[in-house]
Design a binder for this molecule. Structure first.
Ligand code: SIN
Length: 486
């Protein structure tokens, strides 16, 4: 096993009320997806641990929300600094449990930390309003108050950044949080707790409950009367269930759900750049992100050139254990994910798709899958209708702008969309016509702490990041203040 400079970052118990809570008897096994070996046994927390965590968070709320924004910011800045100082260890822990290449893991730690820095600054600038009065004896104003205890459920594909993108604005606003990380990747979440403790976050403000009882812990986080807001990143199907649970007590909800991102290349595009960005957005994290390119549409007069360059680019990807510094594609997260790729391939091939590259499990074995390129796909194939969440790229042709916009929008998802064209009018037309929360032209890069990340349609509710990402953690209070003239 890889060695850490600071082994105390490798925590294996839930973190509740600033204490490590261990159940020796019940343990969940964390697997390295690259080797299929057990790398840790983490205390398998229960519904009752989740209740303890919510109660601790409720108790801490009054104290923490009573800090000034500046005081909270100063603790968060310390947490941010500690994360940066420990980037290498945190990245190693992530690669170990999630499998992503170590270079991607390092980037994620820095990306994750950026939300803490940003919201430590942003919380000082959250303002209310003074409203011109309608009555000389009264004054009217609004101000913001932290909403309360926030329940978070976070995914395995970004075990660090999807936590900080929720927890940082919540904590900065004065909320306290209880997080349930995915049981496949609890170690990154627990390492963040160790650093939060060292940064001086008071007891009960940040709690992480790691456990396999998704239903029990999930019910606490969506139904406990002390939870004021619930936030989830994961699949649309699970999001619907959790949202229905929250409806019972009208909790504020934000959801970051699945995607079906189109990547559109027009005949005036810079094809080399389009290919480079297509590979980056399709194969990031082995294709396992909600914003990964899912459908590639190329205008018919440049499709041959594009496909040939795409094939060359994909064949240069290095599939390897994430600790290989040259790896660009690590393993998939688990066997189920690999089986899903098999089933997509079976469906695509039996319906006439041609496989230009890959198309099967990788010779490395385990959960490795070959980067795959398909052509001759057709609209009825699952690969064009479902979120792939894996390293399979399928290229379709189109003839006109109207046709491709209609095709791109013909989905219930609306998270991210990409397009390449040098026509400035078309850039604006597509920007306005695509029914997506994030549009990205002539680039596949957009993830940043300073801008809102959120989906339309069944891709979600609300935004994370940017000034939008903190608003949901406050209630607005309207004060009508009388007695001015008496
Ligand atoms: C996601 O796909 O869930 C997050 C990706 C990102 O923040 O870039």
């Amino acid at each position: 096993m890889t060695t850490l400079t600071d082994p105390s970052l490798f925590q294996t118990s839930s973190f509740i009320n600033n204490e490590w809570v261990d159940h020796q008897d019940d343990q969940l096994e964390v697997i390295n997806p690259s080797t299929n070996q057990i790398i840790a046994k983490v205390s398998d927390s229960t519904r009752s641990d989740a209740e303890d965590a919510v109660n601790a968070a409720q108790k801490a709320f009054k104290y923490w929300s009573g800090f000034t924004a500046k005081e909270r910011a100063s603790v968060l800045q310390k947490w941010f600094q500690l994360i940066l100082e420990n980037t290498e260890d945190l990245a190693k822990i992530m690669t170990l449990e999630q499998g992503k290449p170590i270079s991607e893991a390092r980037n994620e730690i820095i990306y994750g930390a950026s939300f803490i820095e940003f919201y430590a600054e942003e919380c000082k600038r959250v303002l209310g309003n003074i409203i011109p009065t309608v009555d000389k004896s009264r004054r009217l104003f609004t101000y913001k108050q932290a909403i309360g205890v926030v329940g978070c459920i976070t995914p395995w594909n970004f075990p660090n950044a999807m936590i900080t993108r929720k927890a940082a604005p919540a904590l900065a606003a004065g909320c306290t949080v209880v997080i349930k990380p995915d049981p496949k990747t609890p170690l990154s979440a627990l390492a963040l707790c160790e650093l939060a403790k060292r940064a001086g976050l008071p007891s009960g403000v940040l709690n992480v409950v790691a456990g396999t009882d998704s239903q029990g812990i999930g019910e606490v986080l969506t139904q406990h009367p002390s939870i004021a807001k619930f936030t989830f990143t994961g699949s649309t199907a699970t999001g619907k269930i959790l949202m229905a649970q929250c409806a019972k007590s009208i909790k504020k909800v934000s959801l970051e759900l699945g995607g079906n991102a189109p990547f559109i290349v027009f005949n005036d595009a810079n094809i080399d750049e389009a290919v480079e960005h297509c590979i980056a957005t399709k194969f990031r994290n082995c294709g396992q992100t909600c914003v990964c390119t899912n459908r590639i549409y190329v205008q018919n007069d440049v499709i041959d050139n594009f496909v040939s360059k795409l094939k060359t680019g994909i064949s240069k990807l290095k599939v390897a254990d994430g600790f290989d510094e040259e790896a660009t594609i690590g393993p998939m997260i688990d066997r189920k994910a690999v089986e899903k790729m098999d089933s997509f391939m079976l469906d695509a091939k039996s319906n006439g798709a041609a496989v230009l590259l890959g198309g099967k499990r990788h010779a490395l074995g385990g959960f490795f899958y070959e980067p795959t390129l398909l052509i001759n796909t057709s609209k009825n194939m699952r690969i064009l209708n479902e979120e792939i969440f894996g390293p399979i790229a399928a290229v379709e042709s189109f003839s006109s702008e109207e046709e491709v916009i209609a095709e791109a929008n013909s989905t219930n998802y609306g998270l991210a969309a990409y397009f390449f064209t040098r026509d400035i009018g078309r850039v604006m037309r597509l920007s306005e016509s695509l029914e997506y929360g994030i549009v990205c032209s002539n680039s596949g890069v957009f993830s940043t702490e300073v801008a809102p990340f959120g989906g339309w349609k069944q891709s979600g509710i609300g935004s994370e990041g940017g000034k939008e990402g903190i608003q949901d953690f406050y209630e607005t209070k309207f004060h009508s203040m009388g007695g001015i003239n008496t």
